[in-house]
Write a new protein. Structure first.
Length: 294
């Protein structure tokens, strides 16, 4: 019976992983900027375009359907072209695996960075995720998979529970739960439950860690403890260098400075004013300017 259930589960997983045609991100990722600014411990949120991505986005009412943890280059694990694996993520049909950054560059992404996380705790978070590479996704649990087949109307209060359903096997992990468990290992908050102390004299908040299965990809985006890092801004952004479709393309002069096409074709303005009078006599201010040039 277990073999039959696993076979059916694999068929469902294969169906859910298929990409939907016609996808085009509003803001595709900039590969160069993204590679240069990401740090170990960063969470990469991905919009995704598979069938399961669309259902997760519906259930969570969010742009993000997937989350991966950036751990830096993993020793001895690269693509055939030499690109290193720098992400650890959990996917249906694959389980927990490592992957290169290029895997998600075709999608709209967002980088969420834990604020103030120490070097030691950052290393612990990354090592926790790396040590779980090889954990599988329980394809035998048909109910766990079938909840993704039809985006049926679900009351908002039950949507998070729909994502959290699972077999309960600690070696079967979904993407958000894996990352939540990694940060839980160092007691770094994501969206903890907050209980205020009853005493007025001791007005303080008591944090309680949520169960890892209750976390969604969007939680890292809305968490008050994660900073949204935008690659184009971190690496320096100058709006004057942009090339707009309705404007001439900027040209580069000999000094490497950008000029517009109109500026490049116009003569440079003279710093010596023309004579105001026909006899060549200049007024006071103009004479001062000429003297300064001389």
């Amino acid at each position: 019976m277990g073999v039959v259930l696993e076979a059916i589960g694999k068929l469902i997983a294969s169906y859910l992983q298929k990409e939907e045609p016609g996808y085009e991100p509003f803001t595709p990722s900039d590969p160069d900027h993204l590679r240069t600014m990401m740090e170990p411990g960063d969470v990469l949120l991905v919009e995704g375009n598979s069938r399961i991505a669309g259902i997760i986005k519906y259930l969570t009412q969010s742009t993000w359907s997937h989350a991966a943890l950036y751990v830096g280059p993993i020793d001895g694990v690269t693509e055939p072209d030499g690109e290193p694996h720098v992400l650890v993520e959990a996917n249906i049909g694959e389980g927990v695996s490592s992957s290169p950054l290029s895997r998600h560059l075709a999608y709209h992404t967002r980088v969420c960075r834990p604020v103030g996380l120490s070097y030691e705790d950052r290393h612990t978070v990354c090592r926790y995720a790396i040590n779980r590479i090889g954990f599988g996704y329980d394809t035998k649990n048909i109910i766990d998979l079938m909840r993704y087949l039809v985006p049926m109307p679900v009351p908002q209060r039950w949507r998070r529970r729909m994502i959290a359903l699972g077999s309960g096997d600690p070696t079967k992990i979904i993407c958000s739960a894996l990352i939540a468990q990694a940060f839980e290992a160092v007691r770094y908050p994501i969206l903890p439950k907050i209980t205020k102390a009853g005493s007025r004299a001791a007005r303080r908040e008591i944090l309680q860690i949520r169960h890892s299965s209750l976390y969604m990809p969007r939680d890292f985006d809305i968490s008050p403890y994660f900073e949204v890092v935008k690659p184009t801004i971190v690496n320096g952004f100058d709006y004057t260098t942009l090339h707009w479709a309705d404007k001439p393309k900027p040209l580069v002069d000999g000094d490497g400075l950008l000029q517009s096409a109109n500026e490049a074709t116009q003569p440079a303005p003279s710093i010596v004013p023309e004579a105001a009078e026909a006899d060549g006599v200049l007024d006071g201010p103009a004479t001062a300017k000429v003297s300064a040039v001389a």
